[in-house]
Design a protein around this ligand. Structure first.
Ligand code: CUV
Ligand code: SF4
Length: 630
């Protein structure tokens, strides 16, 4: 097996420090410097007590001025801000899902995009009531795509995928008016409710925050995941590597960054093209290396084993290596800093989406129709840029870990099939996993998700929490930048089983899995929702009774709040390590950390001390076990 050692956060930091020295030489700015300039942050903003939704304001709440000019109190202002924040995130994820629906609608035999997983398509067709008998697979694909697109604006009914929920949770949501209707309607209603002179009652605002989030998790994001699987294949376990050392000094390095696999898949496709590789050699490189940052990296890692260079707060680092010929981005979580930073190096910063246009970038507009030809043009551009490298600036930290990724719900069910003592046939269900949990071999599961945030020492919370949880026989499913933190540390190496408690270690050995399972990108948190829904159905328990919790210890984006709301809305307790901007209102805080439990079966816990956050999760899992007598 060879020696195995986790990479420590100190080692990450030493590598970053070395890269920042290069940055200093070329006069580059960095987030580390900008954080200093922005500290301390505005207290009003931090507490969520500033309102600027009408031009009589901005109004900010102080002891002397307890109400805005319109008379809105602090609870109304904080609640409205929270709902607007959610709506931003839900719109973002859902629009990503919509793009994927459009891509599927453009799929054709021999075209840029094709159906790679027909079985999944047929399953979706059945769910959406689309006729499949004797039909061409592409006719089915187009009709399913259209049915998906209709979910965004349908005038009546709830999100189709709610039918995947156990009845208990679905009924609870319908009863409390939390079941999401059309996705766009939930976003628009949120914007309507937060207009001047509409809702200022915290209960109403928080309820809509949950419902809007649910439209993301059980609507837009879930379609994003499912339709991506149809187009690019449902992930299966695959080996890859993670951290900056995956970049190769001898090769043309292309880094994909953003979220939509329609771009990254195409770039990978053309980077593998023998014609392109030959061209790279002609230009003096030994080959082409594609690696990724953020969620689009997760997408191509899960399906192709493309290595992960880093997560959110490493995006500047890939340019600082001096060995990045092109950083190609689509949408979301892209630092505008990449423009000016690239200018300090030879790096081409290529934007591709009308949704994310940035100064100091080359804009090559990507669409399903021109995807092939534009991907080829981008790969060529990167190759031709190889000669412009400044050798004296090249430094790639020699640091990477092996990772096994690709644990879609389907893959988890299949992989764990053998791990059971059951006399009855439980294959193809979550029952083997349930058996591990009920017998106590596994104490429970934690879904680790979300971003990095400079407010937390980057990656420490993700990594330290995971280490603690697996040592306590709690299996981790991870996505987004959390998954990348795990992979870079080595926690997705199967040898990390030695860091687990005896029970989890045994499961890892029997199933041949790492203790932290990479379930994909942020939209793929929908895979986790489907997993818990199946676990609840297979066990006859409510979702809120399962010894399962969610955790976003370093979150930063609006999307993360939308996610948190749908995880809570699904009935899963959610633990945050960064405060949302709600501390200004005792009422809103009370609702989020307690009141919502009555409506959904779950609530939030916010705890900035990482160790205490871990203890709180373990305690919650044990309480849930005790309550169901296991
Ligand atoms: Ni969508 S939302 S920083 S890339 S997880 Fe990563 Fe994941 Fe947060 Fe963005
Ligand atoms: Fe001020 Fe009310 Fe206008 Fe907000 S809506 S800015 S609190 S007057």
């Amino acid at each position: 097996m060879g020696d195995f050692k986790l990479t420590s956060v100190e080692e990450f930091e030493a590598a970053t420090a070395r890269l920042l020295e290069t940055g200093a030489k070329v006069g580059a700015d960095s987030w580390q410097m900008r954080v200093k300039n922005q500290t301390p942050h505005c207290k009003f903003g931090e507490q969520g007590i500033c309102c600027r939704i009408c031009a009589m304001g901005p109004c900010r709440i102080t002891p002397k001025a307890p109400r805005g000019i319109c008379g809105c109190d602090v609870h109304g202002i904080v609640g409205r801000n929270y709902l607007k924040f959610t709506a931003g995130g839900a719109a973002t994820h859902s629009d990503h899902g919509r793009e994927i629906c459009h891509t599927l609608h453009c799929a054709e035999e021999g075209g840029n995009y094709q159906v790679k997983d027909p079985a999944k398509l047929l399953k979706l067709a059945k769910e959406f009531g689309v006729e499949t008998e004797g039909r061409d697979i592409y006719d089915v694909a187009h009709e399913v795509a259209e049915a998906g697109l209709m979910e965004y604006g349908k005038p009546f009914g709830f999100q189709k995928f709610l039918d995947r929920m156990p009845e208990s949770q679905k009924e609870l949501l319908i009863k409390n008016e939390l079941a999401p209707r059309a996705i766009d309607r939930e976003v628009a209603s949120s914007m309507h409710m937060t207009h001047m002179g509409c809702s200022s009652k915290p209960e109403a605002l928080i309820k809509q925050s949950i419902r809007c989030g649910m439209g993301d998790g059980w609507g837009g994001s879930m379609m994003g995941t499912e339709f991506s699987d149809v187009l690019f294949g449902t992930p299966k376990p695959i080996d890859t590597e993670a951290n900056l050392g995956v970049m190769n000094a001898d090769n043309v390095n292309i880094v994909v960054h953003g979220h939509d696999p329609s771009l990254s898949e195409m770039i990978c496709e053309y980077a593998d093209d023998p014609e392109m590789i030959a061209y790279a050699k002609e230009m003096g490189a030994k080959g082409i290396t594609v690696s990724g940052v953020c969620c689009t990296s997760n997408e191509v890692a899960m399906r192709r084993g493309v290595p992960m260079a880093g997560n959110f707060l490493q995006q500047e680092n890939v340019v600082l290596t001096g060995a990045c010929e092109a950083i190609v981005v689509d949408v979301q979580c892209i630092f505008p800093a990449l423009g000016p930073l690239s200018k300090c190096f030879h790096t081409k910063f290529i934007t591709t989406s009308p949704i994310a246009q940035m100064p100091d970038s080359d804009f090559i507009r990507f669409s399903p129709e021109n995807a092939g030809e534009n991907a080829k043009a981008i790969v060529k551009m990167a190759i031709e840029n190889f000669k412009n490298r400044k050798p004296e600036l090249v430094h790639i930290p020699d640091m990477k870990q092996k990772a096994t990724v690709g644990y879609s719900l389907e893959a988890i069910v299949k992989t764990l099939d053998g791990v059971t003592n059951s006399q009855v046939d439980v294959t193809g269900t979550t029952k083997p996993l349930l058996e591990c949990v009920t017998s106590g071999v596994l104490r429970g599961a934690v879904a680790m998700v979300g971003c990095n945030n400079p407010k937390v020492r980057p990656d420490t919370a993700h990594i330290e929490l995971m280490k603690k949880l697996i040592a306590n026989d709690i299996i981790i499913v991870a996505s987004g930048c959390s998954a990348q933190a795990a992979a870079r540390a080595g926690l997705m190496d199967k040898r990390a089983k030695d860091l687990c408690g005896a029970g989890l270690k045994r499961v890892c050995e029997l199933a041949d899995i790492p203790p932290v399972l990479h379930m994909g990108s942020c939209v793929d948190i929908s895979r986790m929702m489907n997993l818990v829904a199946e676990l609840a159905k297979d066990s006859g328990l409510k979702i809120s009774q399962l010894p399962v919790v969610g955790c976003a210890p370093e979150w930063m984006s609006e999307k993360a709040v939308s996610i948190g709301n749908y995880v809570v809305g699904t009935g899963i307790d959610t633990f945050l390590g960064v405060e949302p901007y709600v501390s200004g209102s005792t009422e809103v805080e009370q609702l989020l950390t307690d009141g919502v439990r009555e409506w959904t079966g779950a609530a939030y816990t916010v705890e900035k001390d990482i160790d205490k956050l871990g203890d709180a999760m373990i305690q919650r899992i044990e309480e849930k076990r005790a309550a169901i007598g296991i």
